[in-house]
Every structure is written in C-alpha cells, then in structure tokens.
Ligand binder design. Structure first.
Ligand code: KG4
Ligand code: ZN
Length: 336
C-alpha cells in the first residue's frame, strides 16, 4: 500500500518532541521543546517539573508538528510514543496522549523503546533500512554495545556497570563547575586542551568482554582537581577536559572495535547524545578506517533525544505488522 504516516511523541526525559514521518524516508516535521533551562537551577532533571513541562508543551507541539507536516490528524496511520526507559511520570504524558489520539482516530498505537530509537537512528533516511551492525549506544542514561542482526533482533554484548558515558561527562562537568548538561561544554573546552596532559585510567580496557565502567575515572578527575588552585581554573580546565574526554573515547573506541571483530560485523554504528562528541566521532572514524570497517553515526540532531527516531522505529514495526495494546503500561526500566 501507500507509505504509512506515523506521528510519534518522545517524552522520556527533559525534552518533549513530536515528529511526523511518511514512509521510511520523508520526515515531514520534527519539533522539540527543551526543558534544559527549567532544570538548570537544580543541576539535573527534576521529575515532577519534567512531567508538568511535558504536559504543558505537548498540545502546542502536536499542533505545530501537524501544521508543519501539512497533515490532518485524521490522515495519520499510526500513533507512537516512547514507553521507556525514562522517567515514569514523563513517559506517561507522551504515552497517554498518543493512545488518546489513536483511540479518537481509530488508528493503531505503537509503544516504542527509547533505546531502540537511538539504536536504529544511524539508518534514518536510508531507503535500504537497517543493516547488520555492531552498535555503540552512548546516551545520558545508557552505554551499550549491541549486536544488531536486523530490526527487532538485538543481542546485548555489554554495557556500563555504573555511570553511562553521558552521565560521566555531565558529572565531571558539574564537578568542574560547568552548567548542566556539561557534555557539550567539555567537548568545546577540550578543543583548547592537551589530551595527554593527565593520564586518567582507561577502566576495563584490558579486561576481556564488553562491559564499561566510568565511575573510577570520575573519581580520578575529582582527586586530581581537588589539589588544583581554583583561582587558576582557566589554565588547567581545558587540559582536564581534553584528558578526561580522551580517556572516555579511548575505551569506547577500543571496546567497539573489539566487539565488531568478535561479532564478525563489517559495519559499526554510533548513536545517542555522546555520539555528538567530536573527539569520539573523529577517533571512531580513524579506527574504523584502519580496521577496514564501515562507520555510520547519526547526525547530531538525531543523536540527542528526538521524536524522529521514535517515528522511524514505529514505521519499521508497523511494516512488520506490529501494534501495541492501549492498556500497555510505561516501563521506566524497559530493557532493549
Ligand atoms: O541521548 P541523549 O540526548 O539523552 C539520553 O537518552 O540520555 O543524551 C544526552 C547526553 C548527555 O549526557 C549529554 O551531556 C551528552 O549526551 N552529550 C555529549 C555531547 N552532546 C551531548 N557528551 C559529550 N560530548 C558532546 N558533544
Ligand atoms: Zn536518549
């Protein structure tokens, strides 16, 4: 039949997003309302504040997304929303809204896993669809290596035992007195710094397997910077940022290449917010070139939380004939 039109809502954390996708490739609209400013005074996401902001932003975003797309709500074929993982009260806003629209329009509803959204985002816009690959998912909440055989066929190879990579960036940034979320700021400051200035630990690098650990690295940065003259912060900050970032990137790149080899995949993908990191993008590209592997990284706008990636997964599931029950619950700890 004709290409299906999907409307997806993402509200798992501190960003409300709505996207309208037609078929696999035509993103008709994608609108986002960020809550970063609302949470900044608290140094992190405050759950109740988040759900109230989602609730206030959703109707306006829905109207804007439909108008931009030039689509009447009655012509949407599938309504989708993120069902987890994330903050329960935030997930409920997008989830309940998408269900209500599906019910009112007499169309199917699809509950989508946020992690699957990130995982498949490197294939967005590709008419060929998802290809087998080894995927590094690096977001604020998750760090995972996944062997992807195709849509819905995922084997978790390893993940972080403690902090996610993005969480490590944000916690180290906070420790260094940088505003939330600190990941992008460390990326910027690192440009002016020397990545070899300090030799931070590359945790789990020598251990077999595909697990990560970033809490020891975070502690090392704390111990080191506690001894520094805070008056001269401007002098050492870029070097600390560059050296910390290099330690994270070395581990991510090293383990991903090892995983690709172990799984026998020729394609590597990187997704999630930390996928925006310039050092990670460059070093992963260099390492893949050297190893004769292809690399696909979602473009920055698709790497951080967005609804286009949720719509894309919903489209692929819809193609496979799947739908979700209207009485399905959200799951803050939904595994991949
Ligand atoms: O995927 P995402 O938008 O949300 C989650 O699902 O968690 O990822 C957000 C994370 C934050 O921790 C943020 O600091 C990090 O991605 N991040 C970065 C960069 N841009 C975003 N970390 C390092 N360098 C960046 N350029
Ligand atoms: Zn995310």
């Amino acid at each position: 039949g004709p290409a299906a039109t999907v409307l997806a809502i993402e509200s798992s954390c501190d960003e409300t997003a709505v996207a309208v996708l037609r078929g696999r490739e035509s993103l008709l609209s994608a609108v986002v309302a960020s809550q970063i400013e609302a949470h900044r005074p608290f140094g992190g996401v405050v759950p109740e504040l988040a759900s109230r902001q989602h609730s206030a932003a959703t109707p306006g975003l829905l109207a804007a997304a439909l108008e931009k797309a030039g689509v009447d709500v009655a012509d949407v074929d599938v309504f989708a929303a993120t069902a987890g993982p994330g903050l329960a009260s935030s997930l409920l806003v997008g989830n309940t809204t998408a269900k209500a629209l599906a019910l009112a329009c007499g169309k199917p509803f699809l509950a989508i896993n946020h992690l699957e959204g990130h995982l498949l985002s490197p294939f967005f816009g590709d008419s060929e669809g998802v290809q087998p690959n080894v995927a590094l998912v690096v977001s604020g909440g998750h760090t995972m290596l996944v062997d992807v055989a195709g849509v819905g066929s995922y084997e978790l190879m390893g993940r972080s035992r403690d902090d996610a990579a993005g969480e490590a960036f944000d916690k180290v940034a906070k420790m260094l007195g940088l505003p939330y979320p600190g990941g992008p700021l460390i990326d910027q400051l690192a440009v002016e710094g020397d990545p070899k200035a300090y030799d931070f630990p590359r945790s789990m690098m020598k251990k077999p397997g595909f697990e990560f650990s970033f809490s020891g690295l975070k502690t090392s940065v704390r111990y080191l910077t506690e001894t520094f003259d805070q008056e001269k912060r401007d002098e050492w900050l870029p070097d600390v940022c560059a050296s910390f970032q290099q330690a994270v990137v070395d581990v991510l790149v090293g383990k991903t290449l090892r995983a690709a080899k172990a799984a026998g995949r020729k394609l590597v993908t990187v997704s999630g917010g930390v996928g925006c990191n310039r050092c990670l993008r460059e070093e992963m590209q260099r390492a893949c070139d050297r190893a004769g592997l292809d690399l696909r990284i979602a473009e920055p706008a698709l790497s951080t939380d967005n609804a286009a990636m949720i719509a894309y997964v919903a489209h692929e599931h819809h193609l496979l004939g799947r739908s979700s029950s209207l009485d399905s619950d959200v799951d803050p700890n939904l595994p991949l």
